[in-house]
Design a protein around this ligand. Structure first.
Ligand code: HEM
Length: 447
């Protein structure tokens, strides 16, 4: 298949898992279960049982928004454990074959974020099969998970070894207090609208294997299993909410400045209102309006210099949109399916209560190197792309206490220094989320 500017591509929606194309529901509850496959035949039996319960991206009159789904993904070790032939294994890209833990030094997972500090068994060769389920409420989640539990029942060769429950915090916010899950790209020919009317739909090949990408190429894909699959990155990111609140308070003269400074870190106000559209103060109506809260570009909104939304803020780094940067932003777009875990730190509390809270970060892309690994290393861990090499993402970057964050303002910019680390990586995995045909192919392997 070749791509031209006017080419139309038909996506095989009935083979693509719903989680790949549909935004996560809001509100939501979710669970991620990792299992180890000790016996390949039992592993295939679990897949055989799971497949009929999987929801695809094909339109459905019963659940038009595809709000409740369980998705299945496998690590490279998992594909091996299931007996996928060596030719197919060898055709997977290097990043995936190595896995997230082995890639730690390449993606900046060092010091506190290094695999030796990860929650076990994350990053170990034991993690094989991922089942990630999300639904608008506990009842529907239970219904989706029941199929997963049935699939795992009385199969001694497959052992669930880790799980994480997630749920939406009040006001759709993350533990830092900011609304999340707003920005979602439109994907050409999916029929599912994106959230930014000013952003051209992305070529499906940026997110799903087997289709042309933004370069107009159909990238090489793993033998047999590739088509309609995608790579899923799972990371348990713990948030140091008290440290964030303390830092922002210590660098603000009053509560108004405190809220503005925190918004400058994120690129949005707590309500979700983007700084470029509401530069002075939060606008809860704008934040709550899905037709407007992501309807913007940066340069086209007269914010090329970042006077409204700092170039180094979290959301602007991770999606620079039309900002003038080194490189092409559209080649590094990722889809997020993150969800929050752990209790809220009550509003106004500045002391750490010791609770484990944060984000189960999940992102999807057709190329791990160009998606997650690029965003993490080039856009989060440094700032060369916008002319400030030594500056990290102030919210999620691996700061060691000596970092800084520039807030452009007039007459002179403000520079915040001695940034501590607000997010710690507790571990994660690179997984492949196959299309349904590919899952069936694995389930039906004979040897
Ligand atoms: C605990 C860690 C994190 C927190 C609390 C967090 C929080 C947020 C928030 C509040 C938003 C704005 C809401 C939205 O636009 O949907 C956002 C956007 C985003 N984040 Fe994060 N994030 C975290 C980690 C990450 C990481 C590790 C990455 C990438 C490797 C990432 C990539 C993105 C992207 C791509 C967007 C969308 C930006 C846009 O399209 O405007 N985030 N995040």
């Amino acid at each position: 298949m070749t791509a031209g500017a006017n080419s139309t591509v038909s996506l095989e929606l009935d083979d693509i898992q719903a989680a790949v194309l549909y935004p996560r529901p809001s509100p939501y509850v979710g669970t991620l279960i990792f299992s180890r496959v000790d016996d390949r035949r039992d592993g295939r039996e679990v897949l055989r049982r799971l497949i009929p319960a999987l929801i695809t991206a094909a339109p459905s009159s019963q659940d038009p928004k595809r709000e409740a789904w369980a998705a299945v993904a496998l690590t490279f070790q998992g594909l091996k454990a299931l007996g996928v032939p060596v030719d197919s294994l060898a055709s997977f890209p290097r990043e995936f074959q190595q896995g997230m833990a082995a890639r730690a030094a390449d993606v900046g997972d060092t010091s506190e974020n290094a695999p030796e500090h990860w929650e076990q068994p994350l990053g170990s060769p034991d993690v094989h099969l991922a089942i990630y389920a999300l639904a608008p409420d506990a009842k529907r989640l239970e219904a989706v998970l029941a199929a997963a539990r049935d699939a795992l029942r009385d199969v001694p060769g497959v052992a669930p070894i880790w799980h994480q429950d997630t749920y939406m915090l009040p006001n759709e916010r993350t533990s830092f207090g900011f609304k999340d899950g707003i920005s979602h790209p439109a994907i050409e020919c999916s029929g599912i609208p994106g959230t930014n009317p000013h952003e051209e739909p992305f070529k499906a090949g940026e997110f799903v294997l087997g289709y042309p990408n933004e370069n107009g190429d159909v990238p090489a894909m793993p033998e047999v299993l590739g088509r309609n699959g995608t790579y899923a990155v799972f990371r348990k990111l713990q948030t140091r909410v008290a440290a964030f609140r303390q830092y922002v308070r210590a660098h603000s003269k009053d509560a108004v400045e405190e809220q503005l400074l925190a918004a400058k870190f994120v690129g949005r106000w707590p309500s979700g209102a983007p700084l470029v559209l509401a530069p002075e103060r939060d606008d809860p109506e704008l934040g709550a309006d899905p037709r407007r809260n992501n309807a913007f570009l940066f340069t086209a909104s007269d914010d090329a210099r970042g006077l409204k939304c700092p170039l180094g803020s979290h959301a602007r780094r991770t999606n620079p949109r039309d900002s003038k940067i080194i490189g092409v932003a559209r080649m590094h777009r990722i889809i997020r399916r993150s969800s929050s875990y752990g209790p809220m730190l009550p509003e106004g509390v500045l002391e750490d209560d010791g609770a484990d809270r944060g984000i189960l970060f999940v992102c999807l892309q057709a190329d791990l190197g160009r998606g997650f690994e690029f965003v993490k290393t080039q856009w989060i861990d440094e700032g060369t792309f916008f002319g400030t090499p030594d500056e990290m993402d102030p919210l999620v970057g691996p700061q060691d206490g000596s970092g800084w964050f520039t807030v452009p303002q007039q007459p002179i910019r403000r520079r915040l220094t001695a940034l501590p680390r607000f997010v710690v990586n507790r571990g994660g995995e690179y997984c492949f989320m196959p299309g349904l045909r590919a899952l069936r192919w694995i389930a039906d392997l004979l040897t």
